[in-house]
Design a protein around this ligand. Structure first.
Ligand code: XMP
Length: 326
């Protein structure tokens, strides 16, 4: 039987009880596969790798070693959340790498979107590889591969990029959620006790804020992006929109416009608000947001984020616009 094929009679995991049954089964299978050996996992903080981490902690405890690479393109508070959620169980087995300078240095003056993506993905593999080489007694690599990854990209978790490790660094794979759909992974995550903010997180591209700080990334625009994104999230949450809108974020493009501040002309960045509803991300609609909410977000961004003099709401559906700006 093809182990990458979901059996036709496999019940959809929709309830806590079904999730608990799945968790018990997986704990048995993981223990059987791994024995007393060590397992390495690249823990991005996304839903899939977080659920795999929680599952492996339950199954094998400190035989799990997680590496969290902060590429400097995370949203505000995201790396901190990974540490907060997993440090208690993993302690020294959670390796945190702050790669901010390394990634941003590599990206200096690189404006072409696909080149940026390649640099971020390539650097991610290199950082992870360096950490993996320091660990001499690890036999297994866990991955948060889910069923759509298998169907869509032939088993390569493209946005986690760990599929690209060099040949001399071969591990046996542990992929406990590879036959699950995203909604099932979330039900399992909740049953494992992960916080809602992690389990119901909206999709976040592997290259992170890098695709939203358009053109050549600069630290000042990246900071404006991170802060404006945090304000948008906070206000959407307060307004009860956070779980009604599929994906939302801000973008800081690489052009300036004129403004006036303290009676003087300035030449500052615009911030673009992007919010979309979709079923499968293949097409997307822009929701109508209450004017007062948009106004409050605009006022806060203009008052609190340095270097910004204008806020725009992107009304473009997909197609012809994509969800991301790059
Ligand atoms: P687009 O911009 O193509 O995005 O309409 C569709 C969905 O995919 C996400 N996205 C990415 N995810 N790596 C990822 O892991 C990427 O390079 C990437 N680009 C876009 C995007 O956030 C949206 O949910």
């Amino acid at each position: 039987m093809d182990s990458n094929r979901r059996p036709e009679n496999m019940a959809r995991i929709t309830t806590k009880e079904l999730a608990e049954k799945f968790i018990d089964e997986q704990i048995g299978l993981i223990r059987k596969q791994v024995g007393d050996k060590k397992v390495l996992l690249a823990l991005s903080g996304g839903v899939d790798s977080s659920v795999v981490a929680a599952l492996l902690i339950k199954a094998i405890g400190k035989q799990l070693i997680c590496v969290h690479v902060n590429h400097g393109l995370m949203r505000k508070g995201e790396s901190e959340q990974v540490i907060e959620v997993f440090k208690g169980n993993l302690e020294e087995n959670l390796i945190y790498i702050d790669g901010t300078d390394r990634f941003l240095d590599k990206l200096t003056d690189v404006a072409e979107p696909e080149t940026k993506r390649k640099i971020i993905g390539g650097e991610f593999i290199r950082v992870f590889e360096e950490e993996a080489r320091k660990l001499t007694d690890v036999d297994f690599l866990a991955q948060g591969t889910i069923y759509p990854d298998i169907i869509e990209s032939k088993g390569v978790k493209a946005h986690h990029n760990v599929g690209g490790l060099p040949d001399d660094l071969k591990f046996e794979l542990v992929e406990p959620v590879k036959l699950l759909y995203k909604d099932e992974v979330r039900v399992v995550g909740s049953a494992l006790g992960l916080p809602d903010a992690m389990v119901y997180r909206q999709p976040f591209p592997g290259p992170g804020l890098g695709v939203r700080c358009t053109g050549a990334i600069t630290r000042d625009r990246l900071e404006a992006l991170r802060e404006s994104d945090a304000i948008l999230r906070e206000e959407f949450e307060k307004a009860g929109l956070a779980d009604k809108i599929w994906q939302f974020f801000t973008v800081v493009p690489d052009f300036r416009s004129t403004g006036v501040r303290d009676g003087k002309r300035v030449f500052d960045w615009p911030v673009i608000i992007r919010a979309v509803n979709t079923v499968d991300a293949m097409s997307a609609e822009v929701p109508e947001i209450d004017w007062n909410i948009l106004k409050k977000i605009t006022d806060r961004i203009l008052a609190e984020v340095p270097g910004v003099c204008r806020v725009l709401y992107d009304l473009s559906p997909k197609a012809p616009a994509t969800i991301e700006w790059e």
